[in-house]
Ligand binder design. Structure first.
Ligand SMILES: Nc1nc2c(c(=O)[nH]1)N[C@H]1C(S)=C(S)[C@@H](COP(=O)(O)O)O[C@H]1N2
Ligand SMILES: [Mo]
Length: 203
């Protein structure tokens, strides 16, 4: 009789999935839960824009059409939420940071990023988390435009951290020399949010 560390692990093995993909304290869900503070913002693509500013040589403002003209990338990632659900093989399409970096040229001492979203929501990550191959400014999920609930028209995707770092309704990226805690981080969520280390709460 096989022994499993947990029900969650048993479920994975029964589906032929590698239980090592599931970080500690997480369970697998097939659904995609919706989670955020506040309400879903209304967006008009005709007036929407996206800004990259702070520690860059050439600050940039893009319209929706200009953003869509940048080369697109697709990634398939596992997503892990601090409320303990994990979603495997989520497919996203969008623009990688490297395309924006070519345009704005980060200054050498730029080391941190604050993502700015609608309604003043922010999240913070080290610049290297955005430089990772699987990070993205995403406008499609699983082959469809993002739904309003999930951040349409644009969201950040930083799959190396708990999902709260992945700001929905993204409107800009601020490059900084120093770190600055974002919305959930100021509420007591962990600054680094590494799910392998279960960095859920506290600094
Ligand atoms: N703008 C904004 N983005 C946000 C949040 C938020 O409150 N506002 N919450 C975060 C949290 S806590 C989670 S778990 C994920 C949830 O994304 P989903 O609703 O697409 O699953 O969005 C993140 N991005
Ligand atoms: Mo969350």
């Amino acid at each position: 009789m096989p022994l499993f560390r947990s029900k969650a692990e048993q479920k994975l093995v029964e589906r032929g999935l590698d239980p090592a993909r599931l970080p500690p304290g997480q369970y697998l869900t097939e659904k995609w839960p919706v989670l955020h503070a506040g309400s879903v913002p209304k967006t008009d693509l005709a007036t929407w824009n996206f800004e990259v500013f702070g520690e860059v040589e050439r600050p940039l403002t893009l319209t929706w059409d200009e953003l869509r003209e940048l080369p697109a990338t697709e990634v398939t990632v596992d997503v892990h939420c601090v409320t303990r659900w994990s979603r495997f093989d989520a497919r996203f399409r969008g623009v990688h940071w490297r395309e924006l970096a070519k345009l704005v040229e980060p200054k050498p001492h730029a080391r941190f990023v604050v993502a700015h979203a609608e309604q003043g929501f922010t999240s913070n990550v080290p610049l290297e988390a955005l430089e990772a191959d699987d990070a993205l400014l995403a406008y499609e999920a699983d082959g469809e435009p993002l739904t309003p609930d999930h951040g349409w028209p644009l969201r950040l995707l930083v799959p190396s951290r708990y999902f709260w770092k992945s700001a929905k309704w993204l409107r800009g990226l601020e490059l900084r020399t120093t770190d600055q805690p974002g919305f959930w981080e100021r509420y007591g969520y962990h600054n680094d949010a590494d799910y392998w280390e279960e960095e859920r709460y506290g600094f």
